[in-house]
Design a protein around this ligand. Structure first.
Ligand SMILES: O=C(O)c1cc(C(=O)O)c2c(n1)C(=O)C(=O)c1cc(C(=O)O)[nH]c1-2
Length: 257
């Protein structure tokens, strides 16, 4: 096992280029390196494991627009709101764009999950729910600039989407091709989102303290994504879903209204 390296705190303020590089370096901890995701990319996942991932990630998908709405609610700047609102429309859809949530439902059907099953959230593991809720609650309480910085894991997301487009059809011929629309759609949307997110980060993080804070926020978000996959590993790879030692029934709560 690798020795755990505690990242050293910033000693001096970084130039904009060096700060950008420090943010990019966080890609080393992106969930694309999680064994669950590696197994999916390398063709070792069972249909149940893929379905588990799609059903659990659906919770992230439905909460992202609520997270972005929380950021909008905290943002007093109309120009920023006008740009940021696009993220809600990307997921919720508009006119002839059905939106990301519907595209994810199509992915669900492509892997054998009905829309009702996804909407029921019956497969969403408590660990996944808690991780996603931690993200949404962070953005609810943070300044809109810190909320924007927490979206910067999207710097690395196109890699993840492209890798699925490149590897899944070969490994999993049982997945209907129609399911891949979501990943294709996100490639360009994520690139546009991070341009804006980076603009905000570079504008506000001009001291050691604010740059360190941004790196810490990004690490928090990486932890959210990693923890989601940890919960799925226990449930779908190691056969230890919640209460496995007590019952075979999925008794965990489906979210408290
Ligand atoms: O599939 C992925 O690996 C992945 C990761 C992330 C991310 O890094 O948070 C997002 C997405 N996908 C995604 O599709 C998406 O719409 C999205 C929005 C956000 C955000 O933080 O606002 N992250 C992500």
């Amino acid at each position: 096992m690798n020795a755990v390296q505690t990242p050293s705190p910033l000693a001096a303020v970084l130039s904009p280029e060096a700060f950008r590089e420090a943010l990019m370096a966080k890609g080393a901890y992106y969930h694309i390196h999680h064994p669950y995701q590696i197994d999916m990319a390398e063709g070792r996942s069972t249909p149940e494991q893929i379905r588990g991932w799609v059903a659990n990630r659906f919770y992230y998908q439905v909460m992202i627009p609520q997270k972005d709405a929380a950021l909008l609610a905290n943002c007093p700047d109309a120009d920023t709101r006008r740009r940021w609102i696009q993220r809600l429309l990307d997921h919720d859809g508009r006119d002839d764009d059905a939106g990301g949530i519907k595209a994810w439902l199509t992915l669900g059907e492509a892997v054998g999950l009905t829309r009702d099953k996804l909407w029921s959230q019956q497969h969403v593991l408590p660990g996944v729910r808690f991780a996603v809720d931690a993200y949404v609650n962070f953005v609810r309480r943070a300044s809109w600039q810190e909320g924007a910085i927490s979206s910067l894991t999207e710097l690395f997301a196109p890699l993840a989407h492209q890798s699925r487009l490149d590897t899944w059809p070969g490994h999993y011929p049982w997945i209907d091709e129609a399911g891949y629309g979501y990943f294709r759609k996100r490639l360009k949307e994520a690139r546009r989102d991070v341009e804006h997110g980076l603009e905000v980060a570079l504008a506000v993080c001009t001291s050691v303290e604010t740059q360190q804070r941004a790196l810490d926020i990004l690490q928090f978000k990486l932890d959210v994504l990693w923890s989601m996959l940890d919960a799925m590993t226990l449930a779908y790879q190691l056969g230890r879903p919640p209460y496995h030692s007590v019952t075979e029934r999925a008794v965990f709560h489906r979210g408290l209204a």
